[in-house]
Design a protein around this ligand. Structure first.
Ligand code: NAD
Length: 499
């Protein structure tokens, strides 16, 4: 029996009123587990009004009190993380341990936001001239929208929303319609942590909800995470409506394996980063680039049995390395890429199609796939497959490996495995990629650093979390003040200077 899901507005669950719903699946069984309401324009306007009404009091709340709520949210999330992980795994399909890992990365942002009194501090220059003091302060923007993808239903709303509300804004999360339940639970947690009603609302929906946020006069900023096609649209539409927009998008992350790399470490790294979460991570490694034929032969020889041995299972199987992919449609699309790769002439070393799990025959499971001799002209190289498919694209030498990375349309993450500091240093400076790992396969920065890609993996010039997020979610005001105790300047008609 499918549960009817809700929106979360003003501190409570609110039933959808549009009459439009989308199916939410349990990807392990293929069953429809829920029906998520898809907001209409009136509902979009109503949630923005609710957030707007709550905003001013929250923005005026002393910053230590806002920080105190961040501290309580940390406790609520930590104590109730299993409930959240269960909701993630049931609708996303990732393993329970992986869901807990995602939640921890969300808690990391809450911990960073506990320092908001320090992060949001202004600047003051006394006596810049004629007894004038100048100070700059950062103020909240208002109601900000956060449009989030299916693959991290808790971590990504935390990346953006936690910093938005810590800065004094009201946040509206528009989660993915494929796994919206965790976002609703996260909103309940905020209420429990003492966040005033209306400061963290959840509006469920599709393009109608997104367009409503993107075009509304009272939404000055939008943070988006998702595919490049939609992210570019969000960026351009938001800009055309005079909004501040940051948009974090698709990826094709390479891992260079140099001839001197520690092969055991490189193979372990590729297994976890290529197949963890069924390859549905924006920082997954989807292309291994061994340098030299000898390195390539050795790598493929070692990867093959490991990929064949991957354990696939439902989220609550503690033995499972990875779960199903998100939908039947995603499974068909990934299988289509595998077929295309064989037609394009790549060597399919391990074929993950056609997996059937006893008791879960209708689930959206795929085994791990491994391609060798993939070249940059192939579609399986150019496109983000977003599934458990790793391509090996052989490079002649270091320079060719760097060229492959730089010629790719995406530039989210990249890694190099080597024991040569010189090569690693040259690599880090030559590649046009936002996040670089040296013997680290998934270099997702901690919350106190910045997350963000390059090229068509990101639109907009600001990064996610870290101190820059305070800039994104606030506007600066600069005051020049003088207290004229008996000073008589007379009228001054020339440009004031301090000389
Ligand atoms: P998606 O682009 O399909 O959806 C993202 C959001 O956009 C969802 O909330 C969805 O409802 C909304 N949306 C979908 N179609 C829309 C339309 N036509 N108009 C307006 N809004 C629309 O992405 P996804 O499949 O949920 O997530 C996977 C993608 O996200 C991958 O490309 C992955 O690389 C990317 N991603 C990037 C990062 C990053 O930080 N760079 C992080 C996570 C995921």
């Amino acid at each position: 029996m499918a549960t009817e899901l809700t929106h979360y507005i003003g501190g409570k669950h609110v039933k959808g009123g549009s009459g439009r719903f989308a199916d939410v699946f349990n990807p392990a069984t293929g069953d429809v587990s829920g029906q998520v309401p898809l907001a209409n324009e009136d509902e979009v306007n109503a949630v923005i009004e609710n957030s707007q009404a709550a905003f001013h009091a929250w923005a005026a709340t002393p910053v230590p009190k806002r920080a105190a709520i961040m501290f309580s949210m940390r406790e609520v999330m930590t104590q109730k993380k299993d409930k959240l992980a269960e909701a993630i795994s049931q609708e996303h399909g990732k393993t329970f341990e992986d869901a807990l890992g995602e939640i921890q990365r969300g808690i990391d942002v809450v911990e960073f936001a506990c320092g908001i009194p320090h992060l949001i501090k202004g600047e003051l220059s006394p006596n810049v001239g004629g007894d004038i003091d100048t100070y700059s302060i950062r103020e909240a923007l208002g109601v900000v929208g956060g449009i989030t993808p299916f693959n991290f239903p808790v971590m990504v709303p935390c990346w953006m929303g936690v910093m938005a509300v810590a800065c004094g804004n009201a946040f509206i999360n528009k989660p993915s319609e494929r796994d919206p339940s965790a976002a609703l639970i996260l909103a309940e947690f905020w209420t429990e942590a003492g966040l005033p009603d209306g400061i963290w609302n959840v509006l469920n929906g599709d393009k109608v909800a997104v367009d409503g946020l993107l075009t509304h006069l009272n939404v000055p900023a939008i943070s988006f995470v998702g595919s490049t096609k939609i992210g570019e649209y969000v960026y351009q539409t938001g800009n055309a409506h005079n909004k501040r927009v940051q948009s974090f998008c698709g990826a094709k992350n390479h891992m260079i394996v140099m001839p001197d790399a520690n092969m055991d470490q490189a193979v372990d790294a590729l297994m976890g980063a290529g197949y963890g979460s069924a390859g549905e991570r924006c920082m997954a490694i989807s292309v291994a680039v061994p340098v030299g034929e000898g390195t390539a032969d050795e790598l493929v020889k070692r990867l093959k049995p490991r990929v064949q041995g991957l354990k696939i299972g439902p989220y609550n199987d503690p033995e499972a390395d990875m779960g199903p992919v998100i939908t039947g449609e995603a499974k068909d699309r990934i299988e289509g890429f595998i077929t295309q790769g064989t037609k394009e002439g790549a060597d399919l070393v391990v074929d993950g199609r056609g997996v059937s799990l006893q008791g879960y025959e209708e689930g959206f499971f795929l085994g791990g796939s491994l391609f060798d001799r993939v070249t940059p002209e192939m579609e399986i190289y150019k496109q983000e497959i977003f599934g458990p498919v790793l391509s090996v694209a052989r490079a002649r030498d270091f320079d060719q490996a760097v060229t492959m990375v730089n010629d790719h349309e995406y530039g989210n993450g990249v890694a190099i495995f080597t024991q040569d500091g010189d090569a690693a240093r040259a690599f880090s400076s030559k590649v046009d990629v936002g996040m670089i790992g040296v013997n680290v396969p998934i270099p997702v920065p901690m919350a106190f650093h910045h997350f963000g890609g390059s090229k068509r993996s990101k639109f907009g010039d600001s990064q996610m979390h870290g101190p820059q997020s305070v800039h994104f979610f606030t506007k600066m005001k600069t005051v020049s003040a003088r207290w004229p105790s008996g000073i008589k300047d007379g009228a001054q008609f020339t440009m004031p200077t301090n000389r």
